[in-house]
Design a protein around this ligand. Structure first.
Ligand SMILES: NC(=O)c1ccc[n+]([C@@H]2O[C@H](COP(=O)([O-])OP(=O)(O)OC[C@H]3O[C@@H](n4cnc5c(N)ncnc54)[C@H](OP(=O)(O)O)[C@@H]3O)[C@@H](O)[C@H]2O)c1
Length: 262
């Protein structure tokens, strides 16, 4: 068995009530971390946390009030978040303006706003993990958009302008002409990967590592029953990035501990 690397450090996982978030929480506990499991459904989150021996805090990543309450509650309790796992996400059925809006809100603004609100509680040398997906590879985009998302000069504001242009293009039904893929989930993960690179740069002065991870295709409610991997393997891929040493790599995209292409 591997030596526990948590060493009493604290990890906070979003969307921890089920699926990969729950299994990642379980693996981090086993690795010696104290885990704060968060979920938007209080009863479900509490039950899941109790079942594995984690602490629970409510968090809806699309609700600024909920994010603010989490951050101020943790601050009042003197909590330190050594590792933040931005796992919560949606993959909604259908493709229309509402689906695009809700997907971008949960999968892009969610990790951005949670990371920003909790950053003061993350010590220098801490870790942020963005649970992304191979479907967010830049190759999913036509050259014009690929260049924009991949630009090393892309800022937070520039990224948010791009995702808002996507939502607007779906609303006006011009997304095809503008070169956007017909999948809000795909665009959200492309954007999340760009956010990883932006935040890795912003947090570099504090040695806070920010990496994206693909867990593979996993049998969860989102992945479905035909998926090729169980949650143990998928969560292991996430736990790799969560347990990197303080001076570990930042601004990368990993699957099973190996770097993959953006
Ligand atoms: N499964 C796969 O094959 C696969 C592949 C690549 C990447 N991923 C990524 O892995 C992560 C976990 O996915 P999963 O397969 O475990 O999916 P899942 O079983 O559908 O779980 C998604 C989790 O996100 C939570 N969530 C959704 N919206 C939320 C919100 N607004 N606030 C807080 N929590 C919210 C859900 O809570 P509720 O129970 O309240 O809905 C649930 O806990 C996601 O980022 C997903 O994109 C999954």
């Amino acid at each position: 068995m591997a030596t526990p690397s948590g060493g009493g450090r604290t990890a906070l996982v979003t969307g921890g009530n089920r699926g990969l978030g729950l299994e990642t929480s379980r693996q981090l506990l086993r690795d010696g971390f104290a885990v704060i499991l968060t979920a938007r459904d209080k009863a479900e989150g509490e039950a899941s946390a109790r079942a594995i021996g984690a602490a629970f805090r409510p968090l809806d990543v699309t609700d600024p009030g909920s994010i603010g309450a989490l951050a101020s509650g943790l601050r009042e309790d003197g909590a330190r978040i050594d590792v933040l796992v931005n796992n919560a996400a949606v993959a909604l059925d259908g493709f229309n303006a509402e689906v695009a809006r809700k997907t971008i809100d949960a999968n892009v603004y969610g990790p951005l706003n949670v990371s920003q609100a909790l950053a003061p509680l993350i010590p220098d040398g801490g870790t942020i993990v963005m649970v992304s997906s191979g479907v967010g590879e830049l190759s999913a985009l036509p050259p014009r958009l690929r260049v924009e998302f991949a630009s090393p000069n892309l800022t937070r504001a520039g990224l948010l302008k791009l995702v808002e242009a996507f939502v607007a293009a779906v609303g006006s039904n011009r997304y095809r002409e503008e070169g956007w893929p017909g999948s809000a989930y795909r665009v959200s993960k492309v954007a999340l990967n760009a956010l990883t690179r932006i935040l890795a740069g912003e947090f570099a002065p504090r040695q806070i590592k920010v990496n994206s991870v693909c867990p593979g295709w996993v049998r969860t409610r989102m992945g479905g029953s035909s998926a090729t991997r169980d949650v143990t393997a998928g969560a292991k891929s996430i736990a790799y990035a969560a347990t990197l040493p303080a001076d570990g790599p930042t601004g990368g995209f990993y699957r099973d501990g190996r770097k993959i292409a953006w």
